[in-house]
Design a protein around this ligand. Sequence first.
Ligand SMILES: C[S@@+](CC[C@H](N)C(=O)[O-])C[C@H]1O[C@@H](n2cnc3c(N)ncnc32)[C@H](O)[C@@H]1O
Length: 255
Amino acid sequence: MGNQDEVRKNFGQKASEYRLSSTHNNPTDLERMINLLNLSPEATALDVATGGGHTAIALAKRVKQVTAIDITPEMLAEAKKASRLEGISNITFKMEDVHNLNIPDCQFDIVASRFAVHHFHDVKKALIEMCRILKPGGKLYILDCSVLDGEEPEKYINRIELLRDSSHQCSYSPRLWYNLLKKLPLIIDQTSLLRRRYEIPQWFDRMGTNQNSREEIFRILNGLSEESKICYPFGDDYITTYRFEILATKSIKSP
Ligand SMILES: C[S@@+](CC[C@H](N)C(=O)[O-])C[C@H]1O[C@@H](n2cnc3c(N)ncnc32)[C@H](O)[C@@H]1O
């Protein structure tokens, strides 16, 4: 039993906010992904959990064909609208669940997913699917919210994320990511842990976080150890989060 209904409910209500979100449409972040992927104009790409379509659109400007998938119909509608407004015509939008992709093996040169893995209720299955449909030698790019290694951030920062968004499953720390990645047919090219500041109330408003949860989040932040507070500075109008970025190549010889 997954969290798909919760995802559709939460994202369905906030779909246009995600299309208009300056966090998800940040040109520096998108350019960083594009530079890392070193794209060929002949390449085909899959954008997993396209949300407002920002990743798919950035890829579509540089490759031949993009398929963008998501489970939330309102999100797909917003992503289509965004691509139309940009005059993009080489994206195919499909309603698909990452855990069970209706796509044959070894189809894409690129599989990318930004700000979505923390929603996947069976991350191992989702990652196996993402690798399955990637061609041998193809590139996997993942950017997702993350937490620092250690019991306190892994437990309490995830609790904060869940209070903000009831469809949240897990923001993986680097150590948890390495455990997941080592079981996949991948060669890891690069990983980065990136620190980011999110403005409040936008960070709450984008997900429609209620007032009780907002207050509980600040209670948790105030109760963190001094060591964690140094790594997670916060104020009335901002919080600190981390992201984990992965660039990997699918092994030519898969097990
Ligand atoms: C924050 S948005 C993604 C943002 C987008 N990737 C970008 O680059 O701006 C998260 C998306 O994940 C989608 N999602 C969550 N679980 C999913 C699943 N199991 N399969 C496909 N999409 C999923 C949600 O519907 C939502 O649109």
